[in-house]
Structures are given as C-alpha cells and as structure tokens.
Design a protein around this ligand. Structure first.
Ligand code: FAD
Length: 428
C-alpha cells in the first residue's frame, strides 16, 4: 500500500501500540498527546496518582507479540509477575483469619501483574528510535474535519514549550492526514468529533462506585534472598478482600510492594471522608487483616491524599467514518476494571484492526490481470474500517457487560458456599 500520513491521537498504551503497528508498515506516523512525555519525571501521571498496576492477559500479550518487535514482548514480560489465581481473604465466625487460593485456569495458565507506565514507556522508547515516527507532546485535539482530513491541535502550556502565541492565547496548529487513529481515552475528543460524521449509537453510564489507591509496602523485616521474601503476602495472586458491597484488591509490583484499590459506593466515601479516623476500624470490619499490612496512619494518609475517582462504562458503534478515522481502546469502549480487560481489549483492538487493514490491502487489488488498475488505498481502508466496526463492536460490548457482572462476582459471589462447591468441582 502507498505509504500514508497516519495521525495517532493519544500516546497511552493503546495509541502507542497502534503507532508501532502503523510505523512497522512503513507509514509516516505522527503521535499527538495532550500531556507531556510520561518518561519525563515532571509529568503528572494519568489519574494524578502513582501509575496503576494492572492485569495483563493473553488478549493483550498476543497483541504486543504481533507488534513486530521481539525485544518489546521480551522486555514487557520480563518486568511482569505471574498471578496464578485470586487469593480471597476473610474471617471465620470464630474470628480466625483465612486466605483461600482460587486458580484462574484449570490448565495452570497465569495472568500477569504489569505496571501500566512501564509498558507505555517501553512502547514510546521503541517508537522514538523509528525514523518515520514523530511525537507532538502537549498537543490537545480540539477539532477535526473528517471529510477534508484536517485536524486542529491546541499547543498546551508546558515548561519545555510555552505553547502561547504572541497574543498570549494558546497556539493552534492545523494538521492534514490520510488516516487518524483515535486512542485518546474514555473522554475522547476524536469520538466527540466523529459523532458529527456518522450516526453513532452511544451509551454512557457511571456506576455508583469510586476507587482510591493504597500501597502495601515491601517486606522490610527480611533481607530478600528470594523474590518471595520481598513480599508480605503471596506475589503470585491477585488478592481480594470481598466486602459484599465493597471490595479491596492488591496487585503485586516488582519491588515487593502491592498496589491496592478500594472500590466502594460514593455514600460510603462521603461517610468516611467526614471522619477519616474511622477508616482503620472500617477496614478491620470489612477487610480483615489489611491493617496489619498497611499501618493505620498510612491507610488514612492514602485515603486523604489520593483522589476518589469515578468508573465509567461506555459503549458505542460504529467506530469509524469512511477511510478517514477510527477509534480504539477506552475511546471506543471504556469499561469498569473488574474483569481486568480494559487495556487488554484495547490492545486487541489494534491487532484486530491491522489484521483487517492487511487483509483488505491484499484482497482488493484489481481482479483483471490484463488491466491491473492500481489499488486505491482509501477504498481498501474504507472496507477494512467498516468490517472492523462490524466485528469489533459486539465483542467489545460483550467485554463491557462481563466487566460489570464480574464486580458482583469479585466482591460477593466468591464468598458464597454454592460458588465454592462449583469451583471445587470444576477444579476436581
Ligand atoms: P488512556 O490510557 O486513557 O490513554 C489516552 C491518552 O490520550 C492519554 O495519554 C491522554 O492524555 C491522551 N488524550 C486525551 N485527550 C486527548 C486529546 N484531546 N488530545 C490528545 N491526547 C489526548 N485494564 C486492564 O486491561 N487490566 C486491568 O487490570 C485494569 N485495571 C484497571 C484498574 C483501574 C482502577 C482502572 C481505572 C482501569 C483499569 N484498566 C485495566 C483499564 C485501563 O487502565 C484502560 O483500559 C487503559 O488505560 C486504556 O488505554 P488507552 O490507551 O485506550 O487510554
């Protein structure tokens, strides 16, 4: 295919992987990102806290594997921790604490704890070395004409570039393109502008649950000869303290710590915000054992310092317009995190999209050997994008639904005797 001017909006994990797929096909790739370079220590992390740890599973790993860079998948997997199952923490009526391992897979396959920022950085490092890739940080998409294929970006203030015109207003730049990939997250600007060009069905829902981040520190009592001794609890599990209406989870990090998340209805946040000294006894009641892993002072400090953030569920379709633009990742299907599939599904979007682009490029050349008309890249791309919307939307919507359902499973069903009997039989 003729090499195209490809614009990627959003340099998160999904946009960066999409840029790599496009660059490996020889296209001229420009990446526009609202924030500054996340490899710069002064950049505010997404969600204003330490980077979240997340569960990387086969869906995402497979997409990284197909990016065309052996060193990338090796690098990513080297800094992950395998999790063979979930560890359910609770208290017997006698008051005794228990933990129960529930394997994810009867065949022994794992999912992996990964640091989202590290994964993102690994992608940016590879892209930076490619001669056909250019980054534009501190550039916010503000408008797009998907018929004329032009987009407008506001240059944001930053220490490196003031981004101000001589009149003191933010500078705006106009950029032409052949193809735009919109990976600008749940509150996507690309999606907003795309809605003006296509009859997009759109559904958005905030669930009545907020999340807040905590940390279980590394095991400081023992000098770590073995990796296991670095951790206070098993590093090979995703830990869950199910509280029926609430849930506290912990995912291991390489340094021996755990990134923990409290999921709880907004009314409970309001109650605890009014008097944070109640937090340790609240935890002792609903998440037994946590206060021996996180000292009460640290628990309160994290609750007071870290933001209490909402969770959104977005479904839409189609994902494209003509041959001009397509949305991927959270921009297309932000989902609640309870199935651990938001980023994984976004990475899978990239693999699916490029497989379809490759397929249409290969099949839509002239069928008449006597009169070989040159293939028209825009016709090929239109067909590929239409097929992408058709096949991807039902899959993405199914994952959105599963993610919502899994919240009940994680915070409550794992405690039910019926669930345990079913699980025991499956494992047997
Ligand atoms: P984002 O990561 O949101 O990146 C979008 C990028 O676009 C950002 O860098 C942003 O600055 C930029 N941008 C935004 N607007 C503009 C604009 N106008 N112009 C230019 N750039 C713009 N997923 C999993 O797979 N497994 C998990 O275990 C998991 N756990 C999670 C736990 C929590 C608490 C949460 C909240 C999410 C979790 N997720 C998980 C979901 C995962 O974080 C997201 O699905 C993933 O980050 C989406 O990646 P993305 O690249 O599509 O979007």
């Amino acid at each position: 295919m003729a090499k195209q001017k490809v614009i990627v909006v959003g340099a998160g994990p999904v946009g960066s992987l999409a840029a790599l797929y496009a660059a490996n096909r020889g296209h001229k790739v420009k990446i526009y990102e609202l924030r500054s370079d996340l490899r710069d220590p002064s950049t505010t992390p997404l969600n204003f806290t330490k980077s979240i740890n997340l569960a990387l599973s086969e869906r995402g790993i497979n997409a990284i594997r197909h990016a065309g860079s052996k060193s990338l998948i090796d690098h990513v997997m080297m800094s992950t921790i395998p999790m063979c199952g979930r560890m359910i923490h609770g208290k017997h009526p006698s008051g005794e604490l228990y933990e129960e391992s529930q394997l994810y897979d009867v065949h022994g396959r794992d999912i992996y704890a990964a640091d989202r920022a590290e994964l993102n950085k690994a992608l940016l490092d590879i892209l930076e070395k490619m001669p056909n890739v250019k980054f534009y940080f501190n550039h916010k998409l503000t408008g797009a004409d998907f018929k004329r294929k032009v987009a407008w970006f506001e240059v944001q203030n930053s220490e490196k570039s003031s981004g101000k015109s001589s009149a003191g207003r933010p500078k705006e730049v106009e950029v032409g393109f052949d193809f735009m990939l919109g990976a600008d997250g749940a509150h996507s600007s690309v999606r907003y502008h795309l809605m003006k060009y296509t009859r997009m069905d759109y559904q958005q829902e905030y669930i009545d649950t907020l999340w807040c981040e905590f940390q279980i520190g590394p095991n400081r009592r023992r000098k770590s000869e073995s990796i296991f001794e670095r951790f206070l609890i098993s590093p090979n599990h995703l830990h869950i303290w199910p509280g029926k209406q609430f849930m506290f989870i912990a995912i291991p990090s390489e340094d021996g710590s755990f990134t923990c998340t409290l999921f709880m209805p907004s009314a409970n946040y309001v109650y605890l915000e009014a008097d944070t000294s109640k937090l340790p006894s609240f935890f002792d009641h609903y998440f037994p054992g946590v206060t021996s892993l996180i000292p009460p002072k640290e628990l309160i400090a994290s609750f007071e310092t870290n933001p209490h953030l909402p969770l959104i569920n977005i479904k839409c379709k189609p994902y494209h317009f003509s041959d001009s633009v397509v949305i991927l990742g959270d921009a297309a299907h932000a989902m609640v995190p309870f199935y651990g599939q938001g980023m994984n599904a976004g990475l899978e979007d990239v693999r699916t999209l490029f497989a379809l682009l490759d397929k249409h490029e290969a099949t839509e050349e002239s069928n008449d050997p006597a009169n070989p008309a040159p293939a028209d890249p825009s016709v090929q791309r239109s067909a590929a994008l239409a097929e992408y919307s058709a096949v991807r939307a039902p899959d993405a919507h199914a994952i959105n639904d599963l993610a919502l359902q899994n919240y009940t499973e994680m915070r409550a069903s794992v405690l039910s005797p019926a669930y345990r009997v079913r699980k025991a039989l499956e494992e047997w």
